[in-house]
Every structure is written in C-alpha cells, then in structure tokens.
Design a protein around this ligand. Sequence first.
Ligand code: SAH
Length: 255
Amino acid sequence: MSIQKGKKYLLPVFIVVACCAGLLITRASNSSNRNRKTETPMTTTSPQNEKARRLAEGLKRKGISDKRVLAAIENVPRHLFIDEELSEYAYLDRALPIEKEQTISQPYTVAYQTQLLELKSGEKVLEIGTGSGYQAAILCEMDAEVYSIERYHQLYLTAKETLNKLGYHPNLFYGDGFEGLPEHAPFDKILLTAAPAEVPKKLLQQLRVGGWMVAPLGGRMGQKMTVIKRVSEEEFRESEHGDFIFVPMQKGTAK
Ligand code: SAH
C-alpha cells in the first residue's frame, strides 16, 4: 500500500522535472544557435513600451500586416539606438540622424522591407548597412540568423555595443557590403538598407536558389524598392514595390 502511494507521487514529480529540464535546454539552444536575445529588453509597463506599441499600431494602419514584424517593432526599444538628445522622437515614424551623417531608417521602411523578406524562423539573413543596429535587432527578434556589414568602423562599434547590451548577438562585420560575405554564403535572404545605383552582382551570387534580395535600387534622387529572387543558378526574377529614399551605398570602408 505505502509503495503504491509513493509511486503515485513520483510520476507527477518526474513530469514537472522533465518539463523544466526541457524548457532550459530549449532556451539554451535558442540563444546559442540564433542571435535572438534571451530576455525582453523593455518591461511591459515602461512608457517606451507603450510608445512602441502605438508605433506598431500606426504601422498596421499604414498597411503593414505581418504580425511577426509588428511584434518585433513593439519589442525593440528604438530609443536606445539613437542619440539620447533625439529620444523624444524615437517612436515617431521618422528617419533620424545617427553618427557619420547616416540615418536610422523610418520605422515604416524597416517594417516594409522586413515584411518583404517573409522571414521564417531560423533563416539566414545578410543585412548590408548595420548603421545603428536597429534593423538587425528587428531581424534577431524574428529569430533569424543575422549577418550584418557596416562600412564605418565607428558605427560598427556603436551598433555592436548597443545590440550586445540588449542581449542581441547578430554576426557583425566591419567591411564593404558590395563584397558580401562569401565565406558565410549562401543566404536565404539579403537586405540592403543603403541604396546602390544598380544591383551588386556579387551579392546576387551569395543568395541560395529560391532565396531573394530586398534592395532599394537607384540614384540619389530616389529609389525603387526591388525584390530580386534567385529562381535557378543563373536566373533571377525582379519585381518593384514602390518609391523610397535611402542613403547611398558607397564603395570601400571608412573610420
Ligand atoms: N539598417 C540601418 C540603417 C542605416 S543607414 C539601421 O537600422 O540603423 C545605411 C547604412 O549603410 C549606413 O550606416 C551606411 O554607412 C551603410 N553603408 C553604406 N554603404 C555601405 C557598404 N558598401 N557596406 C556596408 N555598409 C554600407
């Protein structure tokens, strides 16, 4: 009788212990395999969190429909990616200046480009133009395996510090995005956040077949958001998705 009683309690205890161990293992593998943060950077009640929520709501009204993109916008504290003096503007739908006369893209543009990526969890994405690191954080939030290149050494350092402080660990590189990262190719998706006059050929070669690039293409007066899909080893298919204005993609690196 007493042995049976003991057995009765042992099973639920075993189940609870097994579940906890399972949870711990899942968390550990998430943080090591991907670049996703391990904690939510904003508490649910902070004023910034409320502002980010309203920003995401506004983007939804403007036509962003991908729920995972909207959730990422809500979760990433944009005010920490810009100069403190500008933080009152952080949750407005505006591009803002960062160091080296570059910009953190307008949230609508970030959301629009990210939506065009149609990211699946775990996909390998190459971003050209780390800038502030905000877009890289959005990609990490969506559980992508993120690679990002920046041509300004100072921006690379600042972005790395900001992202790591928040618990995001994308693979960041200081270099010329025109070269891509052949040693890490192929990528499922490639995202350009600076505009080249025409599509960088070396980057197309770093896409896997079936993958695509989202790129603003055109000169300084404005660009067409373009999706270029690699349909076979040699064949690419292009579609256009509206007019935008980005900072130019420039050759080489700088301090
Ligand atoms: N994704 C950024 C947007 C930054 S603006 C963000 O979320 O903040 C575009 C960035 O592209 C700038 O930082 C600029 O320095 C960078 N850039 C321009 N040409 C580049 C190139 N050839 N290689 C890598 N980065 C480049």
